[in-house]
Every structure is written in C-alpha cells, then in structure tokens.
Design a protein around this ligand. Structure first.
Ligand code: SF4
Length: 321
C-alpha cells in the first residue's frame, strides 16, 4: 500500500535525541529521513544475529527504514539513508510478526525502529493480544531518549544496542552526533535497569536482558578500550558482542575518511579481544575475523512507485549538497 492512513498525532517529533520536531503527520521528513509512513526494508528469518538470538530458525527480523544517526560507514546505507523500503501499516506489521512466529522465529528482532516507536508499540500490543509470545528485541544504534525507552518498558524483553564510540570527536566525525557518547551511555543504563539480570531458556536463547554491541573500527583501538572499560562496569548483567566485521562499503568516501578505507586488521581485533578478556568480561561474544564482509547485508525491498523512489533519491541528493 502506498499511502497508509496517518497513525500518529506526532506533529513535532522528539522520538530520538535529534528532536528535530518534524511534523510526522505529513509528507515532511525528519532528519532520520522518515515521514508519516512506516517504511520497512525487509522482514525475514535472520541467522546472523548473536547465537543467543538467532539459534533454531533464526531471529524474526524487521528492518526499518531511515535512521536518526548518519554513520559514514553504515553498511545498510541504502535503507538507513537512501530511502529503500516499502510502506506498511500497523496492521500489516502485526500480521507479519505473527507470521514470523508461525515460521519458527525465536524472537522478534526490531532493527532501527525508533522513528516508528508509536506504530511499533501499537503493532506489538495488537500482536500480543493475538498470541505473539516471542521475546521482543529492540535492536538499536544506542541513540535513544529516555522518553522513548519508557514507552517500551514492559513491552521489550531484550535490548540490543550498539555502543559505537565514547569519543566525542569520533562521534561528531563518523556519526554526526557529538552527543552520542553521553546519550548512549545514559540509554544503556536505562535499558539495563529495565531488563535486569540476564535470563536464558534451556537452549541458551536470551529471553530477557541487554546485549551491547561494539564494532571495532580501523585506527579505533583507544576508543574500543574506553568502550570495553565502560561495559565491564556492568559485570555479568550485560552481554558484550565485540564485532570484527568492519569493511569499507561502496558508499564510504575514501577521500574524506582515508583512515576507514581498509578493513580492520586481524592484529587490532585480536588486541581488542585480549583487552576484553583482561577486563574480565565473561559474557562475551567475539567473531571469526573472516566474517569481515558485506555479504550479510540483506537485499532490501524498494518502493513500488517509481515516483517515491525518485523523491527519495532527490531528497537525499539535496541533503548532501
Ligand atoms: S525520529 Fe526522525 S523525525 Fe523524529 S526526532 Fe528523530 S530524526 Fe526527527
């Protein structure tokens, strides 16, 4: 459906820390690239989350379009910044989540859903009334307001945030969000408060808790050390996933970010793993270094209307001028 009905009274959006006050009841887009329509790039069983979230048939992933951050190295840039995705109603999302459960998904994995928090809350409430019983995972870049997180309290079972950086300079340069370190630390503290101690099922599946991801970047070891030291303070309350899969994808400007133009070295990744072990982080996921690739990026759906696709591309070009 191209133009689903407006489902929100969100006339001055503050759903994320950008607080750009876009009128989300109209076609006007916020800084995240979203207007009044809920945009979804793919709904699928997904095997590539951490093992405690994608065992068995996999996570029931819903990838939402747009993003409050603007990471220059984003591997999902077509979806997060270039307008991929098709428009779906709350009712369609409700049905799709129930369908994922029928297909054997082990959780519902809501990826970058923040700009659609109102719609997702409605869809979750509807689906739970109709029998959705899987753990609900809020998979986020970590750039969240306490107000939005409070809407999710009691509905979300597992938080899956990134802690991308604790360096203000790097947050400004790579994410265009100098406040990211402060905001993400505060958000993760609230997530941990909501979920409490980790709870697993008999298959090792995570039923409740917070799992924090950190992607190690080239020339970023000092930052990684700060991130790991911070996360170690949570002790056994959180799981840390130390990711090695950075690889420069096609949209990265090699001229503007020459330090990100090569994949992460094996030596740097091993050093990061050693440091995590030295800190005594017990709940730790690491990756095979060979997983550095763009191969895990799903294929996105695109607007069924050429006009919408043209509009998305034109707006993105305008933003970049
Ligand atoms: S979610 Fe989007 S529209 Fe809302 S405040 Fe953030 S950037 Fe603006």
């Amino acid at each position: 459906m191209l133009f689903p009905p407006v489902v929100t009274q969100n006339t001055a959006c503050e759903l994320c820390p950008r607080a750009c006050h876009a009128d989300r009841t109209t076609v006007k887009r916020g800084m995240c690239g979203n207007d009044y329509r809920m945009r979804i790039g793919r709904i699928m069983l997904h095997e590539w989350e951490e093992p405690c979230l994608s065992y068995g048939a996999g996570a029931g992933a819903v990838f939402f379009g747009g993003c409050p951050l603007g990471c220059v190295y984003c591997q999902n840039m077509e979806l997060s910044q270039f307008g991929a995705g098709v428009y779906r109603t709350v009712e369609e999302l409700t049905r799709e989540m129930l369908l994922l459960q029928e297909k054997g998904a082990v959780c519902i994995d809501l990826v970058s859903a923040t700009p659609f928090a109102y719609e997702v809350v409605s869809a979750l409430e509807g689906a739970k009334k109709q029998g959705l019983s899987l753990p609900i995972v809020w998979n986020t870049g970590g750039y969240e307001t306490l107000a939005t997180l409070s809407m999710l309290d009691g509905l979300v079972d597992v938080y899956l945030p990134d802690l991308k950086t604790l360096s203000v300079a790097r947050a400004k340069r790579y994410l265009h969000a100098a406040d990211y370190p402060t905001v993400a630390k505060r958000a993760i503290a609230e997530m941990v408060r909501q979920t409490g101690a980790l709870i697993f099922n008999e298959k090792g599946g995570l039923l409740r808790g917070t799992l924090v991801r950190h992607l190690v970047l080239p020339h970023g070891l000092r930052d990684t050390v700060r991130v790991l030291s911070h996360l170690a303070e949570y002790g056994e309350t959180v799981i840390v996933s130390l990711m090695s899969q950075y690889t420069p994808c096609k949209h990265l400007s090699r001229e503007d970010y020459p330090e990100l133009a090569s994949p992460l070295s094996e030596r740097d990744y091993k050093a990061a793993c050693r440091y995590a072990e030295e800190l005594g982080i017990e709940n730790l996921y690491t990756q095979e270094h060979s997983s550095a690739s763009c191969a895990y990026i799903p294929e996105w759906e695109y607007p069924s209307s050429p006009f919408d696709l043209f509009l998305n591309m034109a707006e993105e070009a305008e933003k970049r001028q």
